[in-house]
Design a protein around this ligand. Sequence first.
Ligand code: NAD
Length: 454
Amino acid sequence: MKIINPATEQILTEIEADSPRLIHNAYHSAVEAQSLWANRSLKDRIKHIRNFDRLLEENKEDLAKTLTNEVGKPIWQSINEINGARGRIAYFLDNSDRWLTSETINQTEGLIEKISYEPLGVIGNISAWNYPFLVGVNVFIPALIAGNAVLYKASEYAALTGLKIEALMHEAGIPQHVFQTITGGAETGETLLTLPLDGYFFTGSYKTGQYIYEKVAKKMVPCQMELGGKDPLYVNADNADIKAVAAAAAEGAFYNAGQSCCAVERIYVHELHYEEFIEAFVDEVKNMKVGDPRDKDTYIGPLTRESQVDFLQNQAGHALLKGARIIYGEDRWEGKGYYFLPTIMVDVDHSMRIMTEESFGPLIGVQKVSGDAEAIALMKDTDYGLTAAVYSDHLESAEPVLQAMRSGSVYWNCCDRVSANLPWSGRGNSGIGSTLSYQGIRAFVQPKAYHLRG
Ligand code: NAD
């Protein structure tokens, strides 16, 4: 596998993808190691995760550099990602005990009814490249704390980061076969699907997720999916500070070059504020520096995958053909790297792919609406259901819209946000199951009901 720097198109290094034979061996060694790991106390497993967390902090600069080099994320955003991952780890360190300890539910004369939480066994974590630390820790940290072994299939676009995570896990004292990074692309993922794993936890596109879900169905094991989105943001009539709303929307749409599962992907603005919003939004985006992701003041780096540049050009071209206009971002990037300059389109509608298909890049459509009813209908006009945001000065005017949404997360006066305290889940084509919160701790265990008479 060639590891390419998307900012320079230079080959950083070449690594070998794991062969099917190696992956089978990894599985067998994990089965053995898992039962020993599960037999250790919860306190002991937590201690090792604490070590890993400390190592993340100690190696932050180096990890951030590697991430920036292989995915093109601006360096300060790579640092932010590692800090964010540590925040999530802190949640798991503080809360796992409470949700994994056996509970006596009923105790009457001669009868005890108790629930214990047992690990699933050896789980496969097939992961994405856009936030390898964040989406990684959502799965492998609670899985390990609960006593599972993890085969972590890093994305082929974030393979070096995946190998560094593995090295730090082992340095933290987590046994070698309890956490193993598997390297390679789709074929490597396919090999994992042939193994009798005890659970599959996937983060990636709807297309791959649906394929994996079908394949895994026959195994009758838990199979969770964290997939894509086409997340809407609505600016209703009840807003006084449109500049501030435009600034928040621009960040939600263009952070990490729009390559976030919960990035703002389409914007609806009440006709009262439309002109003012567009002006303020364009002003915000103009100030986002595009360039070398190693520079501290770069806001938008290259896209991670070369093919995505054409994809976005086609999506924008489709909208243009159907009557949309580009009001910012006419130019193309001259020079090396997989760059797509931030682009804002208006006069858009839902006959255009830009408003219905995940863009996953710095391209956005802004549509004018007449009021809440139209906004709700348009926001719900999607097969995805990850997040939806409403900006409004009063919760009372936002709440009916939030309640109407068919999505895993809804936001009032914020967007593009994930909290370890709350379940992270999608509806429809955005996925099945939850990570984070107590639900994301319990996702990695199976309950056993004890009926004890005596
Ligand atoms: P992808 O579906 O292309 O790949 C994801 C993983 O699946 C990679 O590790 C890849 O090697 C593997 N894979 C590909 N084909 C496979 C196959 N046939 N069998 C087994 N494994 C296979 O997705 P991506 O490009 O890495 O990630 C981008 C997508 O992920 C976007 O749609 C984004 O919205 C979504 N995402 C969702 C969340 C979330 O929390 N909901 C988080 C991050 C990313």
